[in-house]
Design a protein around this ligand. Structure first.
Ligand code: GDP
Ligand code: GDP
Length: 437
């Protein structure tokens, strides 16, 4: 559902540097929190807020210093073949290498828009670098320096021109009144059981709409006068199929489902505790800025002791999402579902709440008066006023002076102050600080 762009190229040309530059979020805090793990090979580029896309670093999947053979390379190729646009990265200092030619001839066979990105052109003659690769016969060529973040806007513009139009925007416009809820989690946590249960409970399915370009499927559900659009990475479709082999966990599908949702329900399996894969999924939700509900499934059949163990583990591992509501459910027996719906609504209401400049400024003034930023090297930051900067997640733009000296702990204080004052639950909150007016 989100378009996909693949980075292709031999080792050491700068693919991961480009990957990081494109997928880096402004919300650096998220990554510093313990417990958040990131997938290094897939990320979402949001430099253009309106048109995010999935970026895949195929080099990460390929073994270092391997030729274009072997299973790992086949995987890289499969990744690239699924992409809407391919960024073919080469090294502008070293010029064309043998492996570049191999990649080129393979790219010619798969008929995809290819952009030749000549990297590391810092400190070299750009004209020469371009001339070196003229023999490749590619018409779309951009010289960049990934490590200096130069030329990245040109790459972004060129990608945007080539991305398919439909996708996210169309999905968002589908029916603005519906709460878009994604159910994500690793295989076997019970996603499809839950979604089928939610649907079966009501038998009021308005429509069953296949995902536009990829496998994720959305289903509309009306319940108690509320409208939902349930987005499931695999489950709904599986219902219609004869028992399938274990479905491969698809990071891309998960990222896509999260991206088109307003609220993401991250499902865990109570009988297995919290795994690294669970943390990766959770990290993806935070990075996307989506509202979050944690649903601990398979709560049936656990002894009191096991339940206590699980709860202790959750509070230990999820300190960084203390604002998220955790509900304990049994998809199989249908218990805890009312609580799940309530948590989804609270998260959605918080995530989409509208703020006025006056109330936001007032909150900053109060937080500042109660606890002004400490003096750092003889100076203290001052916070003056604020205004709302968007929703889902709620974003606040705070103006002041000596903003650079604001510590992370002060930023967290401000966030907690806002959470309390505006009763924000179940959603990340973002702050942008600006120097001056
Ligand atoms: P990958 O193997 O293709 O993912 O390449 P990396 O992103 O790991 O980069 C390989 C090396 O090239 C690293 O040491 C980077 O710091 C360096 N590098 C990446 N981009 C640039 C650039 O634009 N200019 C220069 N001079 N070095 C770069
Ligand atoms: P998915 O891969 O996340 O869609 O997981 P499924 O919905 O296919 O469920 C995986 C397995 O867990 C199936 O055997 C389900 O019957 C079982 N399961 C799902 N929900 C529950 C539950 O609430 N309790 C128990 N005990 N088993 C469940």
């Amino acid at each position: 559902m989100l378009p996909m762009v693949a980075l292709v190229g031999r080792p050491n040309v700068g693919k991961s540097t480009l990957f990081n530059a494109f997928t880096r979020t402004r919300d650096a805090l998220v990554h510093d929190e313990p417990g958040v793990t990131r997938d290094r090979h897939y990320g979402i580029c949001r430099l253009d807020e309106e048109r995010p896309f999935v970026l895949v670093d195929t080099g990460g999947m390929a073994g270092e210093d391997e030729g274009l053979s072997g299973a790992t390379q086949r995987q890289a190729r499969a990744g690239a073949e699924e992409a809407d646009v391919i960024l073919f990265v080469v090294d502008g200092r070293e010029g064309p290498a043998g492996l570049d030619h191999e990649i080129l001839s393979w790219l010619r066979r798969i008929d995809k828009p290819v952009l030749l990105v000549i990297n590391k052109t810092d400190g070299v003659n750009e004209e020469n670098a371009l001339a070196d690769f003229a023999s490749f016969g590619l018409s779309d060529v951009i010289a960049v320096s990934a490590s200096h973040r130069r030329g990245l806007d040109d790459v972004l513009d060129a990608v945007m021109e080539r991305l398919p139009e439909e996708g996210l925007a169309a999905e968002m416009e589908h029916d603005p009144e519906r709460i878009r809820v994604a159910f994500v989690g690793r295989p076997n946590v019970g996603k499809s059981t839950l979604v089928n249960r939610l649907l079966g409970e009501e038998r009021m399915i308005a429509s069953e709409v296949p995902g536009t370009t990829r496998d994720s499927i959305a289903v509309d559900l009306d319940r108690d006068g509320e409208k939902y659009r349930l987005i499931d990475t695999a489950g709904i479709r599986r219902r219609a199929r004869v028992e399938d082999a274990v479905e491969k966990f698809s990071v891309i599908k998960t990222l896509q489902s999260i991206a088109i949702s307003q609220v993401s329900v991250v499902m865990l399996d109570a009988t297995e505790g919290v795994t690294d894969q669970d943390s990766t999924v959770l990290g993806a939700v935070l990075e996307a800025g989506r509202a979050l509900v944690v649903a601990v499934n398979k709560w049936d059949g656990l002894s009191t002791y096991q339940r206590e163990q699980t709860q202790a583990m959750l509070s230990r591992k999820f300190t960084f999402v203390q604002w998220a509501e955790v509900v304990f459910i049994s998809a199989k027996h249908g218990s805890g579902l009312a609580e799940l719906y309530r948590a989804i609504h609270r998260a959605h209401a918080s995530a989409t709440r509208k703020f006025t400049t006056a109330e936001v400024t007032r909150a900053v003034e109060m937080a500042y008066a109660a606890f002004p930023p400490p003096v750092v090297r003889g100076h203290a930051a001052k916070l003056r006023f604020a205004h709302p900067g968007g929703d889902n997640p709620p974003t606040f733009i705070v103006h002041g002076s000596r903003i650079k000296t604001l510590s992370d702990s002060y930023r967290r204080y401000l966030e907690n102050f806002f959470r309390k004052r505006f009763k924000l639950v179940g959603t990340p909150v973002r702050f942008e600080f600006r120097e001056g007016d």
